[in-house]
Ligand binder design. Structure first.
Ligand code: HEM
Length: 658
């Protein structure tokens, strides 16, 4: 019997499907707005929407009743799939726990053991069959002929088979392959399967540790000596679940977004890992972020010889854990770690492989059409460590600090007052300032300023310098979207100049379609009055207090007659973030004047060393604005706190994720 709430999920499926179809053709689904791979296929978008909809309710009873399929059944079904047609001995049993996907007839073939993901709770799905079968066709002919692929059908926690049952079974199959004479064994897994790949590699490298584990549970009797097992030749880890004992930290510290991430649903999957076993004991072996290099990983050969690859989705829920784990294992200096741009949890297995799922897609794969794709390149990279990944997939360094460092490097230049940082802040602000809270248009998502008409908006004159400077960062890290880069750069610039911490989250995408570009004329005009300021900022969803706090940014930088027609700086310290703007505004005596070359009206202080725009002066003339000017002039802490909150909000305008 399935639970009521799960039944409801099933009943509401048609709604989800219709919504996904409508979204696909209008605003885009969560998936089409992230990884660009997804958006060309309605099929992928609908399928993922369904999976995400249903998967919020993982209870054993539902899984057993609706989701579970024995591997023999899936094999039987998949046998008629075009992808299976050219696989040798597809579905043949190798030992008690494992089955061939492809058994090479070459005596000394390599073997790739695939351990599927699913939190140790779920069985191997058809999409995982597609993924692992497609892998065969993605290899070039010689590699395909010489590579056998095996899957382990380990027991599931859905049926109360707690860890380390899974390790026991996978390790047994590993040792059976060794007994059968296979020498080059590669371990591949996604999510929990990648955890398993690491567990096996560690068990073989640290046999005492694994013996201690199994001695604790008398029912596991190893009929082989772990000490005599050779190390695996390579490790391929896709979105490894390295902290099964911990619920992922959501929202997590690097601003990773979990919207639409299949790994982000009910995280209690992990609770089943130990069932009634001694949790405190088993946690020590399961949770890899509690380990250290010297005692737990140093002897693992593939981590030391570069024969490894770890891939994680940029915006997936498990990424923080993987990053922390990477901090431990990177001590070898040989760990190849990549972040898939915009990727969700195990996107490679659940999403990208869907290209091969349909009969048509499978036929193209058989013809070799997909040979140059990601799949081939990652797998080839572990078989042949000297083959490099294509540049397009060389991905976000982890952590994002390297991008931040590259941004900071562009600030000190011989520009204006010695820094480009103020211009970068203006770029970030103008990206966001087109937002319309009622119509939900504009904002930083899409980086529409790259396109006409926005690039030609007179309010944006001069910003080409900031954009060009950031282009060098983009060239170095092509995987970050412009929309993320420009906003991130704004945050980094504020902090670099001594301002408060700004919360920034990734996940913006660059639109390719000019239809998304807002019309010109949405930016505030500096010659206008308080009413105009209020209308403009209210349109963005910002109140008076936030407006005044944000205008405090005019402590930075200057006006350029060649860009806006106005000229001069607002404060004496234009590269330092302070509350000086408010102090100067209140304390200097201002008189109206004209920029001689352009005829623009502005305000000068008594020695004409500083300037104000009409909109700045309006803050003194409007009662409510004036109140906040006084507050911020007198209370720097308050200004910093309010500004930090307002600027963080600004960067998020129009960026919908959840
Ligand atoms: C009523 C609203 C605003 C108006 C009318 C306005 C207008 C202007 C103008 C005319 C310039 C000179 C551009 C040039 O000639 O290079 C400028 C510069 C600048 N604005 Fe604003 N601004 C407004 C609000 C803001 C806000 C809210 C921020 C930040 C959150 C901001 C940040 C900056 C910065 C940092 C510069 C200096 C850029 C540089 O040094 O190159 N402005 N603004």
């Amino acid at each position: 019997m399935i639970s009521w709430d799960f039944a409801l999920k099933l009943l509401t499926l048609p709604y989800t499907i219709i919504k996904a179809v409508l979204e696909y053709y209008t605003f885009g689904t969560p998936y089409s707005r992230t990884n660009r791979e997804f958006k060309n296929s309605l099929y992928k978008n609908v399928l993922l929407s369904i999976e995400y909809h249903v998967s919020g309710n993982y209870k054993k009873q539902n899984l057993k009743a609706v989701v579970y399929q024995p591997i023999t059944k899936v094999i039987k079904k998949f046998k008629s799939h075009p992808l299976a047609s050219q696989l040798n001995n597809f579905g043949k049993k190798f030992d008690k726990y494992s089955y061939w996907i492809h058994e090479s007839d070459k005596k000394d073939s390599k073997v790739l053991i695939y351990m599927h993901g699913g939190g140790y709770m779920l069985n191997m799905f058809e999409s995982q069959f597609v993924f692992i079968s497609a892998l065969h066709y993605a290899l070039d002919d010689h590699a395909a002929e010489n590579t056998s692929i095996l899957v382990v059908d380990y027991s599931l926690t859905m049926f109360d088979q707690a860890y380390p049952t899974q390790l026991f079974e996978c390790l047994t199959s590993y040792s059976n392959l060794v007994k059968a004479g296979y020498k080059d064994i590669f371990l591949l897994g996604d999510s929990a399967g990648a955890h398993m790949a690491l567990s096996i590699a560690r068990a073989v490298a640290y046999p005492k540790e694994v013996e201690e584990q199994f001695n604790h549970y008398p029912k596991f009797k190893l009929d082989f000596d772990v000490c005599n097992l050779p190390q695996p030749k390579g490790l391929l880890l896709i979105s490894p679940w390295v902290e099964p004992t911990i619920k992922p930290k959501v929202p997590n510290k690097r601003g990773i977004n979990t919207w639409g991430d299949l790994g982000a649903f009910d995280t209690s999957l992990g609770d089943a890992y130990a069932a009634d076993n001694d949790r405190a004991f088993i946690n020590n072996f399961l949770n890899f972020t509690n380990t250290n290099w010297e005692d737990h990983w140093k002897n693992v050969e593939p981590l030391n010889n570069g024969n490894n690859l770890m891939i994680v989705g940029e915006r997936e829920v498990l990424r923080d854990g993987v990053d922390d784990f990477y901090d431990i294992i990177k001590k070898s200096g040989k760990v190849d770690y990549h972040t898939e741009p915009g990727g969700i949890h195990a996107g490679l297995v659940y999403v990208e492989c869907l290209d091969y799922a349909s009969k048509k897609g499978a036929k193209r794969a058989l013809k070799g059409d997909f040979k140059d794709q990601y799949l081939k390149n990652i797998i080839f990279s572990i078989f042949s460590p000297f083959i490099e990944l294509p540049k397009t997939y060389l991905i976000l360094p982890s952590p994002i600090d390297e991008i931040i460092k590259a941004i900071v490097d562009i600030f000190p230049v011989n520009y204006d007052d010695g820094s480009l940082a103020p211009a970068i802040v203006r770029l970030a602000w103008h990206c966001c300032a087109t937002y319309d809270a009622v119509h939900k248009t504009g904002g930083s998502n899409g980086s529409t300023m790259r396109l006409v008409p926005e690039i030609t908006d007179e309010g944006n004159f001069g910003l080409d310098i900031a954009r060009a400077a950031l282009e060098s960062v983009k060239q170095k890290f092509p995987q970050i979207s412009y929309a993320d880069l420009w906003t991130l750069a704004g945050k980094v610039a504020i902090e670099y100049m001594g301002g408060p911490t700004i919360i920034w989250k990734s996940g913006r995408v660059d639109c390719v379609d000019e239809n998304y570009v807002p019309p010109n004329g949405l930016l505030p005009f500096a010659y206008k009055d308080a009413n105009h300021i209020r209308v403009t900022f209210t349109r963005m969803g910002l109140n008076d207090q936030e407006t005044v706090a944000l205008l405090g940014t005019h402590c930075l930088g200057r006006c350029h007659k060649r860009f806006s027609g106005w000229e001069g700086k607002w404060t004496k310290t234009p590269t330092k973030f302070t509350n000086e703007y408010f102090k100067v505004l209140l304390n200097e005596s201002w008189s109206q004047g004209i920029v001689p070359e352009t005829g623009k009206v502005q305000y000068y202080n008594s020695d004409s060393s500083l300037m104000m725009l009409n909109t700045d002066m309006e803050l003194l003339r409007d009662q409510e604005y004036y109140r906040w000017v006084q507050v911020y002039a007198n209370d720097k802490e308050k200004f910093f706190a309010d500004f930090g909150a307002a600027f963080s909000k600004l960067l998020e305008l129009g960026v919908v994720r959840d």
